[in-house]
Design a protein around this ligand. Structure first.
Ligand SMILES: Nc1ncnc2c1ncn2[C@@H]1O[C@H](COP(=O)(O)OP(=O)(O)OP(=O)(O)O)[C@@H](O)[C@H]1O
Ligand SMILES: [Mg+2]
Length: 221
């Protein structure tokens, strides 16, 4: 089995002028290619922080992280950026769409950053936007869309590069039952078709339990 993630966090500290918060104490995570893992735990426990670390968005913590066989400390800024663009798909709580671009251009944005679009096929765009029911909003701008429509666009942008690893933060939070099902089905289909590794933070236990492994984050003193 191909281990793609080996993370050992001693602690992550958030410091402000008056206080200091230490979370993810002695947290360890090993993930193998193609696994589907969910992360649950009360609000504030550190799920989003963990996804940011896993996605190389936050490198400011005590610990070691081996991703795709490389110690992340050894990667330079351009390698980190390339991996974030090509190997990792982000469907994060804070992912914002660019308001001046259409939904279609927002979804295709990662392709612009990629040096070569070799992995990309226009049928992927068709298939993804069809599967999650957003064909009718492709020419709209984000401000003309509902919250659920925007979250589906964020989802499409996160998977368009067919990344090896998809990190999802509450991907179904603002969706009705049917659209939630579309998102989860597409996510799991990518897992099946491309052996994509999926890590999903969620408060929705029904969604969490559909992953192979559920990790419960707990606050430790
Ligand atoms: N940039 C920051 N500066 C200071 N503290 C922060 C920062 N980001 C997060 N925190 C704190 O770290 C803790 C973990 O936050 P995080 O967003 O990871 O929680 P979460 O488990 O994702 O919560 P939720 O379920 O509400 O999304 C919280 O107590 C939060 O207040
Ligand atoms: Mg969060």
């Amino acid at each position: 089995m191909n281990k793609i993630i080996d993370l050992n966090i001693q602690e992550k500290v958030y410091k402000s002028k008056k206080s200091q918060l230490s979370i993810l104490n002695n947290f360890k995570l090993e993930v193998y290619a193609g696994e589907k893992i969910s992360i649950v735990g009360e609000s504030g426990v550190g799920k989003t922080t963990l996804l940011n670390i896993l996605g190389l968005l936050d490198v400011n913590y005590n610990g070691t992280y081996t991703l795709f066989g490389s110690l992340t400390d050894d990667l330079n800024a351009s390698q980190l950026a390339q991996w974030r663009n090509q190997k990792i798909g982000f469907i994060l709580q804070e992912s914002a769409l660019i308001n001046s671009l259409t939904i279609e251009d927002n979804i295709k944005l990662p392709l612009l950053y990629a040096k070569s679009g070799e992995k990309y096929k226009s049928e992927d765009f068709e298939n993804i936007t069809n599967a999650i029911g957003i064909k009718s909003i492709l020419k709209k701008k984000p401000l003309e869309c509902s919250t659920g429509e925007k979250s589906r666009a964020v989802f499409a942008r996160g998977v368009i590069m067919k990344p090896q690893l998809i990190l999802c933060d509450e991907p179904t939070a603002s969706l009705d039952v049917d659209n939630k099902e579309r998102i989860v089905s597409l996510l799991f289909k990518m897992n099946q078709d491309f052996n994509t590794t999926i890590i999903t933070a969620t408060h929705d236990l029904e969604v969490a339990n559909r992953h192979e492994k559920v990790i419960h984050l707990e606050r430790r003193a």
